[in-house]
Write a new protein. Structure first.
Length: 123
């Protein structure tokens, strides 16, 4: 099997996130972004497609994760550990809940930062 370098066509996938579970939806989106759904998939090449997600504010969590799940980050200053529940995060930035879930399922390398991350659009 040869790599189709010049004939790589990137398709656009429209995903409706309303009433979808965050983790399951993020898994499907990450597979499309990596290109694992294509028969010509190569792990060291950028083979993925573009993904546009709509209705990100209507995603679902199972169980009590709306109140129990915490998103943490550090500002870089002393005492700067911030945390927000999933419910608060959805109220402030609904696209961030799904974006963090999708990016958490991708490898942390240059391919992710330079190629895969810009192809994900969440609205």
């Amino acid at each position: 099997m040869s790599f189709p370098g010049q004939s790589l066509q990137r398709a656009w996938h429209l995903v409706d996130a309303s009433n979808q579970t965050v983790g399951r939806l993020a898994g499907q989106i990450s597979q499309i972004l990596k290109g694992k759904h294509k028969p010509t998939f190569r792990p060291n090449k950028d083979m993925g497609d573009h993904v546009v997600v709509i209705n990100a504010e209507k995603v679902q969590f199972s169980g009590k994760k709306w109140n129990d799940k915490l998103y943490r980050w550090h500002t870089g200053y002393p005492g700067g550990l911030k945390e927000r529940s999933a419910k608060d995060m959805l109220a402030r930035k609904p696209e961030e809940v799904l974006k963090k879930a999708v990016l958490g399922m991708l490898k942390r390398n240059n391919l992710r930062h330079q190629s895969i991350e810009p192809r994900l659009r969440i609205y």
